[in-house]
Design a protein around this ligand. Structure first.
Ligand SMILES: [Zn+2]
Length: 252
């Protein structure tokens, strides 16, 4: 058991949110019980995750996508009311870390996605150094972008959208989890043969074709399932807490 303040300090020390310009508040977003015994980690603070955490008798939820984002109008109505009502009624702490969770060099979404896909990061690229750039751990390259796509489909257990234009082996691979479409041009500039992220928007297909760099979109949720449980398990072990990762399936 620990207390909420100790948990917040431990997470802040690990993830260093003060280093990032983010789209929402990092840290404790909703205050619940003072004493913490069990953390449920997940990707998004959806109603389904909150209900699952209640069923799992957790007092604390740790997520990548919290409740509050820049651009919201601040009204507590509809889905927001329902989620907040559940958290408050059950005295559950909600901790959310967005970009700091993507960026952590060992436990973050990008580091853990690289581990899952067998990629070794050698450098970082893009705004706030969130993008990872490296190569395949086992051998020097993937023979083609299709081979890389099949590898990702097998590892993440879901289809991948491939814009395949690279007429060469895929050696240098850039990746950035989630909705990192905007990092594609920086990945091209960094010398990548292929770029892996969660989502694709219309312009990136053209950039891929025109610049000869393969684009692989493997799902926002699917690419961001690994950081939250890695960090929560690490901190739970450090502080003597129970931890359970609950994956709420999401096709997006
Ligand atoms: Zn995300």
């Amino acid at each position: 058991m620990t207390d909420r303040t100790q948990l917040l300090q431990t997470l802040d020390a690990l993830l260093q949110p003060e280093r990032f310009r983010d789209y929402g508040p990092n840290g404790l977003q909703v205050e619940g019980a003072a004493n913490v015994r069990k953390i449920v980690s997940g990707v998004t603070a959806s109603r389904a995750l909150i209900e699952a955490a209640i069923a799992a008798q957790a007092d604390t939820i740790f997520v990548h996508h919290g409740l509050f984002w820049r651009g919201q109008d601040g009204r507590v109505t509809g889905w927001m009311k329902q989620r907040l009502a559940l958290l408050l009624a059950h005295d559950i702490n909600l901790f959310a870390y967005h970009l700091p969770l993507d960026a952590h060099p060992e436990l973050g979404n990008n580091a853990q996605l690289g581990l899952k896909l067998g990629l070794q990061a050698q450098s970082r690229f893009g705004e706030q150094d969130l993008g990872f750039l490296g190569e395949r751990t086992e051998s020097a390259s993937f023979d083609t972008a299709e081979v890389l796509a099949q590898h990702i489909e097998a590892q993440l257990n879901r289809p991948v959208v491939l814009v395949n234009v690279a007429r060469r082996a895929i050696k240098t691979i850039a990746w950035c989890s989630g909705g990192a479409q905007g990092y594609f041009e920086a990945a091209i500039a960094a010398g990548a043969d292929a770029f892996i992220t969660g989502e694709i928007s219309e312009p990136q297909a053209h950039y891929a074709r025109e610049c000869g760099v393969a684009y692989l979109a493997c799902g926002h949720h699917a690419s961001e399932r690994f950081g939250a449980p890695a960090v929560a398990a690490h901190v739970a072990a450090q502080l003597g807490l129970a931890h359970e990762f609950i994956d709420i399936d999401n096709p997006a």
